[in-house]
Design a protein around this ligand. Structure first.
Ligand code: CTP
Length: 407
């Protein structure tokens, strides 16, 4: 899950409809509140069959709205005030019925009436039985809603409440957030039509069947870049080493293990890409030979001969077209600016993102990073310590001017 300042002080409407996945929205609301968002939960009558209003009021720290004409309270234009205030909305789970109503323009309870009046981006996260999901009426409704600008966060395949497998499970929390991040993005879809290739995470170089050489990279920075490119509407390909992070939604996901596999994957994908962001911590060396049997311990020293791997970014820099944009990462602990600039020149980059892992809050496995962005035209932007997703935003903003001149 990526924290981001993007959610801070944002007014978000979370609409819950009557599906068994309603209980999962507790986690979504909790995360958003932790991130500093102001969350207004609206529940349908059916949703209250699955989860209590008290639960959602406690987690959102705000009264839940559910009735069009609440007793003991002036209703008036309450629904319009709620709709007017919002920066983004998400309906999750969105039932077959709710999607049908929104599609048909029905406004017969508080939630559908608010949706009818919303001016902000709306995410729909359907969850239902696989046969309902596959129903052509629903698919037609979703396609048309997509064309009208609704963001559809599709359900996942897996074990359904009915006791069998199929597509229809509510998208996991990370995916709901990926969509909400997109809904809130000020540059949403600004890279539509562009192809972005990102590498992320570590590589693993096998030594024998049980051992390998690797590093501490978690993949978070590369995955944050993939989220950011997705929010900007690009076609994203993510080549990544082993990681615990779930593959982002609607991204061409290419898992690899070794530096050589990463090189081959990038080589295949690169010519088709407009922007290449090389965030992976690719091994510089790999064992000269891989033993097919476990290497047994013995007395004395053990020397492990290593050989160089291909420098993927160097290769790409030497083979790029002039319309392609290359972004490299430089991890430096001393003479940082000077070394990063040299790397930019040597690898023929447009931009380099400099990190010093010795700075507090920066580096591997952290959710935050303190980066300096260096452009080949000499421009430098020193960023404050911020969540990696916000660093990803700044990287694309920094590139924006340059992209204009190249494309
Ligand atoms: N990189 C790559 N292929 C490799 C090693 C690194 O494409 N085999 C990329 C990384 O993804 C990163 C950049 O090169 O974008 C910088 O990597 P780094 O290892 O920090 O720098 P090096 O160029 O290897 O130089 P040095 O080890 O001297 O710092």
């Amino acid at each position: 899950m990526f924290p981001s300042n993007r959610f801070k002080n944002k007014r978000l409407l979370v609409g819950i409809t009557g599906g068994i996945a309603a209980y999962k929205i507790t986690e979504l609301v909790r995360f958003l509140v932790t991130e500093g968002a102001q969350v207004q939960v609206v529940m349908t009558a059916a949703a209250e069959q699955f989860i209590t209003r008290t639960t959602m009021e406690t987690l959102s720290q705000h009264p839940v709205a559910s009735e069009m004409f609440p007793q003991n309270r002036f209703a008036g234009t309450h629904h319009i005030h709620l709709a007017d205030q919002m920066d983004a909305a998400i309906i999750a789970p969105a039932t077959y019925n709710m999607i049908g109503k929104i599609h048909a323009g029905v406004a017969d309870d508080l939630l559908t009436t608010i949706v009818a009046a919303l001016q902000c981006p709306v995410v729909l996260a359907p969850a239902m039985n696989v046969h309902m999901w596959e129903n052509p009426i629903l698919q037609r409704n979703l396609n048309e809603l997509r064309q009208l600008g609704y963001l559809i966060c599709e359900p996942e395949e897996g074990f359904l409440a009915e006791g069998y497998h199929g597509k229809g499970r509510l998208a996991r929390l990370e995916y709901l957030l990926q969509y909400l991040y997109k809904a809130l993005h000020p540059q949403r879809d600004s890279l539509k039509g562009k192809k972005v290739l990102v590498t992320a995470g570590r590589t693993e170089e096998p030594l024998d069947p049980v051992r390998m050489l690797t590093n501490r990279s978690s993949g978070k920075m590369g995955y944050a870049l993939a989220w950011e490119a997705f929010a900007r509407g690009a076609d994203v390909t993510l080549v990544h080493g082993p990681t615990d992070l779930p593959a982002p939604m609607e991204v061409n996901d290419i898992p690899v293990n070794t530096a050589e596999e990463m090189f081959q994957a990038v080589r295949e994908q690169f010519s088709d890409s407009d922007i290449y962001l090389s965030a992976a911590a690719i091994a510089d060396f790999t064992p000269q030979a891989v033993s097919d049997k476990k290497i047994k311990k013995r007395e004395g020293e053990f020397h492990l001969p290593l050989k160089r791997t291909t420098d993927v970014l160097q290769y790409v820099g030497e083979n790029k077209r002039s319309d392609q944009v290359l972004v490299g990462f430089a991890v430096e602990t001393d003479q940082t600016l000077e070394n990063a600039r040299k790397k930019l020149e040597r690898k023929n980059l447009d931009m380099v993102v400099l990190n010093n892992p010795l700075e507090a809050g920066s580096g591997f496995r952290q959710d935050t990073n303190k980066a300096t962005l260096i452009h080949r035209n000499g421009e430098i932007k020193e960023l404050a310590l911020m969540p990696k997703l916000d660093v990803a935003y700044e990287i694309f903003e920094f590139l924006k001017q340059h992209l204009k001149s190249k494309h």
